[in-house]
Structure formats: C-alpha cells, structure tokens
Design a binder for this molecule. Structure first.
Ligand code: URA
Length: 248
C-alpha cells in the first residue's frame, strides 16, 4: 500500500472545498490543527495518520499500527506464500491486510519481528545512518572462539554484494552460544558471518531491535502493539531506554 506524505495545503484542498491558496489565511487565523497542535505552515508535511482539523472539522485519517510479533519457527517472513504459512497468516490483527514487514527473518529463525502500516516508520527503521542495532542469540554446531569476536568487529567480506560487513559486536556466552549485535540486515547475514569460520548456526533468535526487547511473556505466534510514540522513539539515534509494548 502506498502511504505518501503530502503538503498541508494540498491535503486540505484535496479533502475540502477550500482552495489551496486560502490555507495560509486559515493558518494565520489559527483555524487548522494537526494532531491537536496549531499548524504553522502551508508546507508542513502530512502523513495519512495525521489528524488534521480545519475550522472544527476533522479530515479523514488512518490509524497507524505498530505490531511486535514473536515469530515462531517454520513461518515465512512474507505477506503471501504459496507453500508455507506466513507471519500474517498466524496473526488475527483486525488490520492485518494493511500491514507490511519491517526486516525479515529466515524460515527457522525465531524472535522479534515488526509489522506496520506506517511505511515512513518501516523505511526509517532500516536507514543505515540511524545504526539501529539488531540483537541475536546464536547457537552453533562448533565452538565459538575469541577470533570470531575480533573478526566480526573488523568486518567480513561478502563477495557477492562486494561489501565488508559493518562492525558487529559478539558477546560469547559459552562454547556454542553467543549474542551478536548488528547494525545492518544483509541476506542470511548471521549465518554467513559464522559461515566464514565454517561454523553452522543451528538456532537463531532475534531478541531485540534497538531499545525494543521481545517481551518475555509474549509466546511464539503472539503479538503486542506499540503506541505511535513508542514506535517513533525507536528512531532516535542511540536510544537506550527499553520499550515495553502492550500485549494484544
Ligand atoms: N541473519 C540470518 O542469517 N538469518 C536471519 O533470519 C536473520 C539474520
């Protein structure tokens, strides 16, 4: 679904019989509010979720949804699939037809997935300049050594893409388990990074994205919702406060 941003004057003239060039006057007369705050410019950008009130009349707007899903194993991170169940098939969200996925997990990877109908938010979640960390618990077939830690910090060449992975932080828990924090999401990235050492990832679980942790009481297949304020606070660089979503 295309959810584009529009200038305030265009938005108001689209939804009312007020001409675009009359909007400045209405703003000066304090007759337009956006989400309860006075509009200050005809150029302000409006999202489909903004509540624009013109001379006491609310213009049409959508409700944004921010879904935190505990993805179980054996489910495809897609909105449609001919063979397997998708993450959308397993949830009963009333607006699931509007939702799209922010960052995929492999078929057998479990853990935190985000879905939303707010395209602006999902696009910003993956902006490299925001450096939002994704945290994984990794279990491997062979022992993990200190050498992995140094190599992951230095980066690994992914010849197919012609890139070197960004510094990633590995915290070794025991001989076959570690936590890995990445700031990017290349195809099969974690498996390929461990593959550099010919070590197979036997289990992979994403437990956090930035300040948002998968709630301990959210069972596989269940979801919770974030408020818009919680969702947007994830986009603040270096946000260290933990966000707790409310269960469905
Ligand atoms: N890296 C992987 O290899 N798989 C995932 O599902 C996520 C990150």
């Amino acid at each position: 679904m295309k959810l584009s941003r529009t200038r305030l004057d265009r938005f108001v003239s689209l939804h009312t019989d007020i001409a675009k060039n009359s909007i400045r006057l209405l703003i000066a007369q304090k007759k337009i509010t956006i989400n309860g705050l006075l509009a200050h410019s005809a150029n302000q950008t409006i999202t489909p979720f903004d509540q624009v009130n013109v001379t006491g009349k609310m213009l049409p707007h959508k409700t944004a949804h921010y879904v935190v899903l505990h993805k179980p194993k054996g489910v495809v991170s897609a909105t449609r699939d001919d063979k397997n169940q998708t993450v959308l098939d397993i949830i009963q969200h009333p607006h699931k037809d509007e939702l799209h996925i922010a960052g995929r997990l492999d078929f057998n990877t479990t853990g935190l997935m985000l879905l939303s109908n707010d395209g602006f938010w999902t696009r910003h979640l993956s902006l490299p300049e925001l450096c939002i960390q994704k945290h994984y618990l990794v279990t491997t077939a062979d022992p993990i050594t200190e050498q992995y830690r140094t190599q992951f910090l230095a980066g690994i060449d992914f010849n197919f893409e012609g890139i070197t992975t960004k510094p990633a932080v590995l915290t070794i828990i025991n001989s076959h388990q570690a936590e890995l924090a990445l700031t990017e999401g290349r195809y099969h990235q974690v498996k390929r990074m461990f593959g550099f050492f010919n070590n197979t990832v036997t289990q992979l679980h994403r437990f956090a994205i930035g300040p948002l942790h998968l709630p301990a009481n959210l069972a596989p297949g269940n979801y919770a919702e974030l408020t818009q304020q919680q969702a947007y606070s994830m986009l603040k660089p270096n946000n260290s406060n933990q966000i707790t979503p409310k269960p469905d």
